[in-house]
Design a protein around this ligand. Structure first.
Ligand code: ADP
Length: 485
């Protein structure tokens, strides 16, 4: 275990030390460098090789044709039996000089009849190449370090019999000299170009990575808390897109922060209101002497109401906080929505009856769906309770359930007071109440619809409101039959 930790620590230290291998700039630099250098290297190598092989084969072709014409001359002049011909000797020497080489003329008995160096005249030559040539194979060439050796058969014109061999050993020094010059020039060109590529790659990789460094700086600035600044980065399109997304994220964070602050101040305010009332009621009792027991009773009832209200706000807040948690908190089971709605309606019927409101339930088909029963019960209960609370005397509330293969739909309509158009966008906000005095009278906290919306959204559903003042309100809820995680 200790050893393993030690190894891991060493690896992470090495990684830290060689961070530059992960650097985008180093990668860009290497890529540009490789793209520039490899073709250049290949190109230089190819030029040098092509020169060498072309010059060598040209030299061999020259030797071959000189050898053939010399062989013809030797046969026609009968040189192999009489080497005294000046004309032929001059010609042999001319060719040998031309290529800074040596020519040996050998007869069929392997006797050297002419050596342009004048060293081996009259000697016998034992050479595999010469014997092969005499035995009928055609000319062959062998490349040495600084020379080319070639054997050319001397063939009798009429009998086609091989009567001797010309052995040529020509220098390739001048080809090599040109090769060396070419090699030096290519190397200079190669090194200069590599340096230029390196300088270009160095600067360009800097230009390439600069916007990313700027982005890092900007994010660091935000992390330090300068959230009001906008991130603005010029450069490549992609980086501009990143800074655009970053700004969108920033706006979202700012909005969240604003709504969090607003929420906290709303919560404090809402929790304080009943407490203030309790204090006022208690103080006014304490300030009076000889208070009649009926007054005590009246005030205590009011105090109990305020405590009840405080309790309700705290309960609603707890529900909301629970719903704000991650979706993993969902307790999904297959539930009959018909049964669920009937149970909610049963619980609310006494309140409806108290207000003389008719509760109608319409179900078009049995619906079984994968849902979190507690959360959706709360959501539908809030909607139906609102429909009862914000209704008129002798009004009605109609709850209907329908479904297709993908979703089920719950509609809650009422004949109530309706919601003014300008308020319809805000009713789902926490603590929002259209008519504060009235909803306080009905015991509202302004959290009910926020809870409902959260619960519906956690099921990947949708909620919509249609309302006309003094005519009534309809909430429609659409929830997928199968839970989408
Ligand atoms: P509350 O606890 O005040 O009922 P909600 O979040 O449930 O809070 O509702 C927010 C506001 O929307 C209510 O205060 C009320 O003004 C309005 N509202 C909600 N439902 C209805 C409805 N069915 N008819 C009329 N107004 C409604």
């Amino acid at each position: 275990m200790y050893i393993q930790n030690g190894v891991l620590a060493i690896i992470s230290k090495i990684k830290e030390k060689f961070w530059f291998f992960k650097s985008m700039r180093v990668h860009a630099l290497l890529a540009l460098f490789i793209i520039g250098v490899i073709p250049l290297l290949f190109f230089s190598w190819e030029i040098l090789n092509t020169y060498d092989s072309t010059a060598m084969s040209q030299r061999k072709a020259d030797m071959q044709s000189q050898g053939n014409s010399l062989a013809n001359l030797l046969v026609s002049s009968g040189y192999l039996s009489d080497t005294s011909s000046d004309e032929v000797n001059t010609e042999i020497l001319r060719i040998a000089d031309l290529y800074e080489g040596r020519i040996l003329v050998i007869d069929s008995k392997l006797n050297i009849v002419k050596d342009t160096y004048g060293i081996e005249d009259g000697n016998v030559i034992i050479s595999e190449d010469v014997i092969k040539c005499l035995n009928g194979s055609s000319s062959s060439a062998y490349r040495g370090d600084h020379n080319i050796e070639m054997t050319v058969p001397i063939t009798h014109t009429s009998s086609k019999e091989i009567v001797g061999v010309i052995l040529m050993n020509f220098s390739t020094k001048n080809i090599q000299n040109i090769y060396v010059i070419l090699y030096r020039k290519t190397t200079v060109l190669f090194v200069t170009t590599i340096m230029l590529i390196f300088i270009y790659a160095f600067f360009y990789s800097g230009v390439f990575t600069k916007p990313f460094l700027n982005l890092k700086k900007a994010i660091g600035h935000l992390t330090e808390g300068y959230m009001d600044d906008e991130v603005k980065i010029d450069g490549f399109y992609e980086v501009q897109q990143i800074s655009l997304s970053l700004n969108q994220m920033l706006t979202r964070i700012k909005n969240l922060e604003n709504s969090r602050q607003e929420f906290v101040s709303n919560v404090s305010h809402e929790l304080k209101t009943p407490l203030t009332s309790v204090k006022v009621l208690a103080d006014s009792l304490l300030m009076q002497e000889n208070v009649a027991p009926e007054l005590y009773r009246e005030f205590l009832v009011d105090i109990a109401d305020e405590i009840e209200r405080e309790n309700k706000i705290i309960n609603d807040l707890l529900s909301l906080v629970k719903l704000d948690k991650a979706a993993s908190d969902m307790n999904i089971t297959s539930v009959s929505i018909n049964d669920l709605l009937e149970l909610v309606l049963k619980r609310l019927r006494p309140i409806a009856k108290k207000n003389n409101i008719e509760l109608i339930y319409e179900s078009y088909r049995p619906v079984i769906a994968e849902i979190d029963e507690v959360k959706l019960s709360l959501a539908f209960s809030n909607l139906i309770e609102n429909a009862i609370k914000y209704n008129v005397e002798d009004g009605w509330v109609r709850v209907s359930l329908n479904a297709d293969h993908k979703y089920f739909y719950v509609k809650v309509s009422d004949s109530g007071i309706g919601i003014p158009e300008e308020a319809q966008d805000s009713i789902f906000d926490r603590f929002y109440r259209v008519d504060k005095a009235r909803s306080r009278g009905t015991g509202g906290t302004g959290l009910g619809l926020a809870i409902t919306k959260n619960a519906v959204h956690m099921h990947k559903g949708a909620i919509k409101v249609y309302s006309k003042e003094n005519e009534g309100t309809t909430f429609t809820v659409r929830i997928p039959m199968n839970y989408i995680a």
